[in-house]
Design a binder for this molecule. Structure first.
Ligand code: C2E
Ligand code: CA
Ligand code: CA
Ligand code: CA
Length: 282
């Protein structure tokens, strides 16, 4: 009887804890909704992508940041899934995209030599019915030349409905956007499926870089993936390179670009411009 009683109390405690969690999530959702409406606390950071050989700047990835007075800095790994569940990802994604486009326009107007910036697109964003119209308007509204904005999609976005995805990818590329497959190797796609996709870039997931040199099989996978990507003439980005040792270990593979803490962390737009962007030579 005693044990049962304790069990019940545990359950009540647990249930109160659950309530607390749910309450926090709900409060966070409300706060995020507010942030999306006002733009307050939302920002875009830029992480450089450098050429492997000389580490000069080749591009950047735009990464969302959210700071809230009560919740502090919330990781995108937390608030992006929250936005997806709360039906906020489409307006949030659109506002981030316009933020990046306006920033590129601003850098051009300042006489800075811009580099392509790639933006992450969630599944729900990619499958919007008027995706191509919105992306065409984005370029027109900010008077951006083609090629300054890239799109990153995970394999899973495309794997859902590959047949429907291909014309959309073609449409985006015709508008001048480049397409990268993000986190490659973490999804379920097979190598053979790669050859059917109209894409420009393959981003090798950080987990492969971390395992480099650890086992013969992980090296073999990396060799196969980069070999095929090279064959298909995709640009290859290695993500999450943190050490010179990893950089060394990558040497045998045909990697074009490096994106990682070793060569540059994500930083605010002003810092990125100051530290990385050159002026257009007259
Ligand atoms: P991701 O697209 O794979 O972005 C790369 C993540 O790896 C970023 O985390 C970046 O800060 C981190 N990273 C880069 N180099 C290194 C490194 O050398 N070591 C380690 N440990 N990490 C490194 P972040 O900014 O926290 O973003 C996490 C994820 O949130 C992103 O992963 C992406 O899936 C999502 N995300 C971020 N911004 C957006 C956005 O605007 N829209 C959407 N849909 N998703 C976003
Ligand atoms: Ca990404
Ligand atoms: Ca990634
Ligand atoms: Ca990721």
């Amino acid at each position: 009887y005693q044990a049962k009683q304790e069990g019940r109390n545990d359950y009540r405690l647990f249930s109160r804890e659950m309530n607390h969690q749910q309450h926090k999530l709900l409060a966070m959702e409300t706060a995020l909704r507010n942030a999306v409406e006002t733009g307050e606390g939302l920002a875009v950071f830029y992480q450089p992508q450098v050429n492997r050989t000389d580490r000069t700047l080749a591009g950047a990835e735009a990464l969302a940041r959210w700071h809230h007075p009560a919740f502090g800095h919330v990781s995108p790994a937390e608030f992006i899934p929250l936005a997806e569940r709360a039906g906020l990802i489409v307006p949030l994604g659109m506002s981030l995209l316009h933020n990046v486009a306006a920033q590129q326009r601003h850098w051009l107007d300042q006489g800075l030599l811009p580099v392509p910036v790639s933006v992450n697109l969630s599944t729900q964003q990619f499958w919007q019915h008027n995706l191509l119209v919105q992306f065409r308007h984005l370029l027109m509204e900010h008077r951006l030349p083609a090629g300054l904005i890239g799109i990153e999609l995970t394999e899973n976005v495309l794997l859902d409905k590959p047949v429907q995805a291909i014309p959309l990818l073609d449409g985006l590329r015709e508008l001048g956007f480049t397409i990268a497959i993000d986190d490659f190797g973490t999804g379920y796609s097979s190598l053979s499926y790669l050859q059917d996709l109209p894409i420009d870039t393959l981003k090798i997931d950080r987990s492969f870089i971390q395992r480099l040199g650890e086992s013969r099989s992980s090296n073999a996978i990396l060799a196969a993936v980069t070999g095929l990507a090279r064959e298909l003439e995709y640009k290859i980005v290695a993500e999450g390179v943190e050490t010179e040792a990893q950089m060394q270990a990558l040497a045998p593979y045909p990697v074009d670009l490096i994106q990682g803490f070793l060569t540059g962390r994500p930083v605010p737009a002003e810092t990125f411009a100051r530290e990385w962007l050159d002026s257009i030579k007259q």
